[in-house]
Design a protein around this ligand. Structure first.
Ligand code: MG
Length: 646
């Protein structure tokens, strides 16, 4: 037998780590025997041997035998070797963290940059690079960095993160924020699998790894976030820990805690219509991913059964919601903190969700790009609990689709945007949401975030350009038929001002928006509209704006009832810290106390050579009424009488 290094482990105490394992499990006999004899050095050798030959435990992440290393991941891996750590796509090129790594380096005071360093996103790419190239330098460096992280980021007293004055808080609040801890729990499984064959993965390192990993799972399981998507991520990842390392005595308890949380939270966070309560399409999809991953991990390791049917039923509704609000090019509205998700990622989501819902023909159609399955036999659909109303005339690239958002208060990622919409037609999103640009940080960062969150950055109505004081909307009417749709929602947005918005999808061809703002308040009432980046044709006399794309796919928008039309600052942010200037307008009127302000907006998709030449007229018929409205719209001489009764 080769000489073993003396048991002068600088790292973790092997005996203590071994005590945390259930050594009565099959395959661990030798480990148990050595440990009983007090020879933890040999026990560690036997334990490494056990893990290298372990069968029956499966992970659902990266395929360690045949990993796919993208060009981008290769760069992250190689830059990681030079301590240029890939922390965040919004901060590129990556910063250099020092030859002697400074895990507290914080070049821009954006909290995400400091938190996400501790997700060590370049370690899995290093593992893949190791497997793909066979070059041991990746393994040696990973182990060096892993131990360096453990040494420099000890878990000291932790009483919960304080979200104010982040510059004054201790490092432990960044390194050990539960969300980051759980991120590592999931991805260190992948690292473990990728690097396990390396000669650098010694018995001593195994002990260090298991010690650190157990500390993570134990901490996570006793420091769950109170609510929201963080809690979902945490529960899923604790389930991963309990499933991938069933050797820990605590593993069953971890799995049970995670499953209990997900069962409880899916009932709480997923509204009856299937919308996740942060009202953010991106986090909604992340939540579907979490629920699905937890199920797959449990399934793969034979622990299925703890999830009731209602769990899958909620997931099914979440999936249906997703493809209903998706546009035919597979993008989703960028409401709340969502970013632009493009087709390849959406296709892979649809494909992975198909495993749970093989009978859903629409999902099958979308996942196969129309090769199999079939589209829903409906077009428009309401999700009244989440407050999303889809008014569409088809599912293919020639379709016109509006997704209107006016729901409950929502949770953290939800913005102050009640009444807003995105409108996609013929392959173009004419009104992309402003997005979110950035999350939280110091004053400078927060100021940028606020610009995108505020009501006036959306396609809706404001009083004195203020952000909504109350963002609970209610649905007053929803009708859909082959000849047209109608949605009427109401938001008592400000003290003394209620906004009622009726959207008609007339003949399923164009939209007429009847906005009425009533109440005691007096002031500047404005409708805001934000176009996609383009060079539009404006007419401030007619209070009209049209796009002028050479391909002939255009819209013209005209507002009636405003005193003046003004250009505003406009931005749309498809990705973190990326923003594009775009035309935006306010259509304003001075509202008198007690008298309502009434507007009509016509948005007309057209292929006319000059969209601005359409002759559009609109007016209300009769006095304002609490029980409905009647209006008449004329387009190029054709009259469209429109009305609704509540
Ligand atoms: Mg927004």
């Amino acid at each position: 037998m080769a000489l073993l290094p003396a048991l002068a482990l600088k790292g973790a105490d092997a005996g203590a780590v071994l005590d945390r394992l259930d050594l009565s499990r099959p395959g661990l006999e030798k480990v148990a025997e050595y440990h009983k004899q007090g020879n933890d050095s040999l026990a560690s050798v036997a334990l490494l041997d056990y893990f290298k030959n372990r069968t029956g435990v499966k992970s659902v992440g990266v395929n360690a035998q045949k990993p796919r290393l993208t060009k981008e991941e290769r760069r992250w891996a190689d830059e990681g070797m030079e301590h240029k750590f890939f922390v965040h796509k919004g901060y590129q090129p990556s910063y250099f963290y020092g030859d002697d790594i400074n895990w507290q380096y914080w070049p821009v005071k954006d909290n995400e940059l400091r938190w996400q360093l501790h997700r060590t996103k370049w370690w899995v790419p290093m593992g893949k690079a190791y497997r793909v190239t066979g070059d041991e330098k990746y393994a040696a460096e990973w182990i060096h960095q892993y131990r360096d992280w453990v040494k420099k980021n000890p878990l000291t007293e932790f009483s919960g993160i304080k979200d104010k004055n982040m510059e004054n808080v201790d490092n432990v609040y960044f390194a050990w924020r539960p969300l980051e801890v759980c991120d590592r729990l999931e991805h260190q499984i992948e690292q473990f699998e990728l690097f396990l064959p390396s000669e650098h993965f010694t018995p001593e390192f195994l002990i260090d790894f298991l010690d650190n990993y157990h500390r993570h799972a134990d901490f996570a399981n006793s420091h769950y976030s109170k609510q929201g998507n963080h809690l979902l991520f945490e529960a899923q990842r604790v389930i991963f820990a309990g499933s991938f390392f069933p050797e820990f005595k605590d593993a069953a308890a971890w799995r049970k805690a995670g499953v209990d949380i997900l069962n409880r939270e899916i009932a709480k966070q997923v509204l009856p219509d299937g919308v996740q309560f942060e009202l953010d399409p991106g986090y909604h999809m992340a939540a579907v991913g979490i629920f699905g991953k937890a199920l797959r991990m449990m399934d793969a390791n034979g622990y299925r059964g703890e999830f009731p049917d209602s769990y899958l039923d909620a997931m099914r509704k979440m999936v249906e919601f997703t493809y209903n609000i998706a546009f035919p090019d597979y993008t989703l509205p960028m409401f709340s903190d969502n970013k632009l998700h493009v087709k390849p990622g959406m296709l892979s989501n649809y494909r992975s969700w198909r495993k749970f819902f093989p009978k859903d023909q629409a999902l099958r159609y979308l996942a196969t790009e129309g090769k199999k399955g079939k589209l829903p036999d409906y077009t428009s659909r309401a999700f009244p609990d989440g407050g999303f109303y889809v008014m569409r005339n088809g599912w293919d690239s020639t379709a016109t689709v509006m997704v209107l958002k006016a729901g409950p208060k929502g949770e953290w990622h939800n913005q102050f945007d009640n009444g807003t919409f995105e409108l996609w037609s013929g392959g173009r999103n004419f009104f992309p949401d402003s997005g979110s640009f950035i999350y939280g940080g110091d004053e400078e960062v927060l100021k940028q975030r606020e610009w995108f969150r505020r009501t006036a950055a959306h396609n809706t109505l404001t009083l004195d350009d203020k952000t909504l004081e109350n963002r609970v909307s209610k649905l007053l009417k929803w009708e859909t038929s082959p000849s047209g749709d109608l949605t009427v929602v109401e938001t008592p947005g400000y003290d003394g001002l209620t906004h009622r918005r009726a959207v008609f999808f007339v003949d399923k061809k164009f939209y007429v928006i009847a906005d009425e703002a009533y109440g005691d308040a007096a002031g500047d009432v404005a409708l805001h509209y934000q176009l996609l980046p383009c060079d539009p044709l404006e007419n401030t006399v007619k209070k009209s704006v049209s796009t002028a794309f050479a391909d002939g796919n255009n819209i013209t928008l005209r507002v009636f009832g405003a005193d003046r039309m003004e250009a505003e600052e406009g931005w749309t942010s498809p990705a973190y810290r990326v923003k594009h200037a775009r035309p935006a307008y306010a259509f304003r009127t001075d509202k008198k106390a007690g008298k309502p302000a009434r507007f009509i907006t016509v948005i007309y998709p057209t292929d006319a050579a000059n969209p601005a030449t359409h002759d559009i007229k609109a007016s209300y018929k009769g006095k304002p009424s609490a029980t409905g409205a009647t209006l008449e719209v004329t387009i190029d001489g054709r009259k469209y009488p429109l009305s609704y009764t509540l």
